[in-house]
Design a protein around this ligand. Structure first.
Ligand code: ZN
Length: 142
């Protein structure tokens, strides 16, 4: 293992133990999508509040493996206060990165870069992706 792998692992474990923006709100202004990954037991719900084209809030409730839970946590941190069009672009870029497709390396994925390594583990790609797919769904994007 390289030092970079260790650092990435530490960031993932830190988000797994201390998930950000955890807990859903009972507020009709939010859009909520839940996605499960039966192969791993991951169960992820993402909730977003959009106002005037900006992601004003992004919340999550995630149970499952460390990668899926950490990915949901990192997602919420990155997306809050982003314009919707930029948020969608970042989510698509992230999904391409983890599934080993072509992606724009100049777009700043911030801490989400730590999930770049999952493309080497096909079984974990879905774990890293679920929250981001759910997030896009909350914005009405397939
Ligand atoms: Zn998983």
């Amino acid at each position: 293992m390289t030092n970079l792998d260790n650092l990435y692992r530490e960031i993932i474990m830190e988000h797994y133990k201390n998930p950000r923006n955890k807990g859903l709100l009972d507020d009709p202004r939010y859009t909520k999508i839940r996605i499960k990954n039966p192969s791993c037991g991951d169960d992820i719900t993402v909730q977003t509040l959009v106002e005037k084209g900006i992601i004003k809030d992004c919340r999550q409730e995630a149970t499952g493996c460390s990668i899926s839970v950490a990915s949901a946590s990192v997602l919420t941190e990155i997306m809050i206060n982003k314009p919707v069009d930029e948020a969608i672009r970042l989510a698509e870029n992230f999904l391409n990165m983890v599934s080993n497709k072509e992606y724009d390396e100049t777009l700043d994925l911030e801490e989400a870069e730590v999930f770049g390594g999952v493309k080497q583990f096909p079984a974990r790609i879905k774990c890293a992706s679920i929250a981001w797919v759910a997030f896009k769904d909350t914005l009405g994007k397939e």
